[in-house]
Structure formats: C-alpha cells, structure tokens
Design a protein around this ligand. Structure first.
Ligand code: PLP
Ligand code: TYF
Length: 396
C-alpha cells in the first residue's frame, strides 16, 4: 500500500528544532523557530494565564463538546480585539467569528471556505512569507503565487512592486497580507502604504486575507489592529485569522480564530453556517482549555490589564534586544551598519546573512537561524547576546 510513498521534506523551521535538540554544543542558541523566550531563556507562562487557570481549577467544569464554532464568549472577545468591541462591524453583527486551532487553523478554515466559494481564484502571498502559507493554500486546492515584498538590495520593501502585483491581479484573487510584524522579514509597510494597499484591493475587487499572528508585538494591541480599521473604513468584506500562540505564550494549546467581515448580519449568519460545515467535517469542534483561558483573561478587567502589561513587557524586551544586537555587532567588530535591525518590528529579523553564513553559524557556533537569514530576536537575552554577536561577527 505505501511502497510508492515518498519521504516528504522536513518543515524548514520546525526541522531546525530537531537539529538543535541533537546539538551537543553547550553554548548553542536557538534563533530558528518563532517563539518568545524571557531573559532567562525560558518559555514564559504568563501570570494572567496562571490566574485564569487557578480560577478554573477552583470551579472545575465537566468537558462536554463545545459548539462547532467554539466558546461564544471567546468568539466575542476575538471580535472585540480584532475590530474593537464598540465598532460598527461588531455592534451590527456582521462579523462571523469562529474559534480555531491556532492561527493555522484560522487560515485553513478560511482557505477551505474560500475554495468552495471561489474555486478558480488564485492566492497571492508575499515574497517571502511564512513557510506554511504556500503549503496551506496549495493543499486547500489553490494555485499560489507571490507578490514582491522584500528587497534585499535596499534592505526594505519593494512597495512599488507589491502594488503593481495587486493592480495586475484578476478580480477575486485572494491576497494574504501580514497584518503586522511581517514573518520572516520584520519589515512592515507604513500606514500610508496600507491606505494604498486597501485602495488597490478595493479597486481590483481582490479578497484580502489578513493574517494576524502577532497583534501586540509591534506597537500595541490597538496600534497593530488599526490596519483592520482601514479595510473596514473602505467598505470591504475580508478575512482575518488570529493567533494567541505568541501573545498569550499558549503555543501548545492551539488557540486562534477566524473572523469574516460580511455585508450584513443576515449574510454573516449564512457565512457562519458554512464555516461550521468546514469545521464539522475536519475536526468537529475545537478544544476547550486554551479558549477558556483566553476568554476569561480578555473578559476579566484585572486579568486583561495584567495581560496587556505582560504583552507590553514582551514587546519592549524584544525592542531592547534589537538595539543590543546592533550595538553588540558593532562592538564585536562588524563594520557594516546593522542599524536596519532596529527598523524591523516583531519577533524576527532578516539579518541579510547568506545561506553559507547561516550554515557556518549553526555548525561552528551552534547559533541556529533559518537558511534565509531569519533570526528570532525574541530568543535573544542578556546571557546569550554577546556570544551571538561574536559568532555573527566571525561569519561576516
Ligand atoms: N501566521 C504567521 C505569520 C505565523 O508566523 C504563525 C506562527 O506560528 C502562524 C500564522 C500560525 O500560528 P499558530 O501557531 O497559532 O497556528
Ligand atoms: O515562523 C515561525 O517560526 C513560527 C512557528 O510550520 C512555526 O511561526 C514555524 C513553522 C511551522 C509552524 C509554526
């Protein structure tokens, strides 16, 4: 039965984890996968999460099946975070939101729904993008192409190229956009450029699919969410996937969502019914624990304030590490101006290092980043920064 089955390639990012785990170098540093570690190099368990779990343990509940679309309070909290609780889309009831298995689940439920709706549409993702975007939309049955994004020559964004690609796309093309903290480059377009993207999406009748995996890691929850408001203001109908993996440090609980902004409340109820079919035929309904934690934190004022404080601390620490990286590389003798690292935002930095340099970093120094030169700044800390800077200096 399985003789013709070929060995599939490893996930280029998650595969690095296995290699890292097997590395015996005591000085090894994992800047490969996009995970936030605290200054002690530990995966944080947020205080707001612990407080919510304590409350849940004090009043333990039986575990029946959740509704197909998840916990109602969770879906409402996601809507509030993405669109604003008092925003017109939310108060008018024209957003269909479903709890999903991580941000990946939100993307996949949206992709499957879109495939039924518009089977011949093409999907455009940024060049480069999160590795899984291409695979996920391809496996959902779409032809996936890319729009220009990163420009290595200028260490920035080829915005003219991006806009030209959007303007050349046929009506109905699905455009996957990183709402903030672009993965892998760390370069986001400006607010004024977003206005141009929104106008191009509208003028060309494209379907925007905003992937929001890092809300709160850029400039703040509201600031990072402002992009959504621009699409709303333009009168567009669009998709937003949400992930709480990073912002709640709940990676393994798989907490995310999908929101679809519709024309009316009545339309939203029809769309919701179809999203539920997609979920029902894939995994029936989502798990309880992570969604309960997030709903409780977002709905309890003290816990919400605590979360925003903890999220802010993660954001500030990453920014401090960017500066330390720039200063440390200079101190380690790197002549090139590396200050572009502080112009990037979110968890990642496209370092500009070539594949052979990244391979040397890994093999000779135990410093792991992706072959594309991406490093997870959120895994740097006051103990490993000097070693990482010295190692990078040696391969430059
Ligand atoms: N989208 C982007 C851009 C990401 O970087 C990630 C990271 O994991 C995801 C989606 C998936 O999120 P999750 O881990 O919650 O499935
Ligand atoms: O880009 C990253 O590192 C994170 C984590 O298949 C990740 O988004 C990486 C690969 C993958 C799933 C998650």
């Amino acid at each position: 039965l399985f003789t013709a089955v070929e060995m599939a390639p490893r996930d280029p990012i998650l595969g690095l984890n296995e290699q890292f785990a097997a590395d015996t170098n005591p000085a090894k540093v994992n800047l490969g996968v996009g995970v936030y570690y605290d200054d002690n190099g530990k995966l944080p368990l947020l205080e707001c999460v612990q407080a919510a779990e304590k409350q849940m343990m004090e009043a333990p509940k039986a575990r029946g099946y959740l509704p197909i679309d998840g916990i109602a309070a969770y879906d409402a909290a996601v809507k509030g975070l993405v669109f604003g609780a008092d925003s017109e889309p939310v108060t008018s009831g024209r957003v269909a939101t479903v709890q999903c298995i991580g941000g990946t689940g939100g993307l996949k439920v949206g992709a499957d729904f879109l495939k039924h709706l518009n089977p011949d549409a093409k999907v455009l993702i940024s060049d480069p993008s999160w590795e899984n975007h291409r695979a996920l939309f391809t496996n959902a049955g779409f032809t996936v192409e890319s729009y220009p994004y990163y420009d290595a020559a200028t260490r920035g964004i080829n915005f003219a190229g991006m806009l030209a690609a959007l303007n050349a796309a046929p009506a109905g093309t699905i455009v996957v956009l990183h709402a903030c903290c672009h993965n892998p480059t760390g370069y986001d377009i400006t607010a004024a450029q977003w206005d141009e993207v929104v106008a191009a999406v509208k003028a060309n009748n494209l379907v925007a699919f905003l992937d929001m995996a890092y809300q709160g890691f850029g400039y703040g929850l509201a600031e990072d969410g402002a992009v959504i408001g621009k699409f709303v203001a333009a009168g567009l109908n669009f998709f937003v996937s949400t992930s709480f993996s990073k912002s709640f440090s709940l990676y393994g609980e798989r907490v995310g969502g999908l929101s679809v902004l519709c024309e009316s409340k009545e339309e939203a109820s029809r769309v919701l019914s179809q999203l539920k079919i997609v979920i029902r035929t894939n995994y029936s309904n989502p798990p309880i624990h992570g969604g309960m934690v997030v709903a409780m934190v977002l709905d309890t004022p003290e816990l919400r304030a605590l979360w925003e404080k903890e999220l802010g601390e993660m954001r500030v620490r990453i920014k401090a590490m960017r500066q330390k990286l720039v200063d440390g590389l200079k101190a380690a003798g790197v002549k090139e101006d590396m200050s572009f690292i502080t112009k990037q935002i979110g968890m990642f930095s496209y370092s500009g290092l070539a594949k052979d340099q990244m391979v040397r970093l890994r093999n000779e120094f135990g410093v792991y980043g992706t072959d594309t030169g991406r490093m997870c700044v959120a895994a740097l800390n006051s103990k490993n920064i000097d070693y990482v800077c010295a190692s990078i200096a040696k391969v430059i």
